[in-house]
Design a protein around this ligand. Sequence first.
Ligand code: HEC
Length: 141
Amino acid sequence: MIHKNTLLITAVLLSTVTAATAQNPETLFDNKCGICHVKTKPADMSSLMAPPLMGVMRHVKMKYPTKEQAVPFMVDYVLQPSKTKAVCMPQKIQRFGLMPSQKGNVTKTELEAITAWMYDNFPPADFKGGQGRGMGMKGKM
Ligand code: HEC
């Protein structure tokens, strides 16, 4: 019995913690986007389900350099992805397929917070370009 109560209390505590941190954009990203978009380049690229976050942001910023352009583009794309809007390389869509719409999984307000955080933090300053091909944007962002 004691054991059961302990579990219950733990569960309640955990859900409180989750609710308290839900507004943190990085936590939102981890919960809503992180399943597919990894934040660090994995050793094994073949296990990826989607382009890593730094690659996504590098391409978004090539087409939409300012935050005022990039954030609305991403908010729209995540809810209504399409081949004609995509800024990533066509090979990516061939490999991973078009991103499934996240409508219902994430709200517009959450997306605004998530994509602003993505814009501010990615690609990281020391990012040297995708898959080691030396397309360095180092220091330019
Ligand atoms: C089920 C897997 C999955 C989830 C979850 C997911 N994505 Fe994606 N995303 C993809 C794939 C695959 C692509 C590459 C193909 C494409 O661009 O449509 C992509 C591409 C993108 C792009 C680049 C769009 C472009 O112009 O090509 C952005 C920006 C993006 N995702 C943001 C997000 C955000 C923000 C979230 C969380 C709210 C998210 N994604 C959740 C799979 C996912």
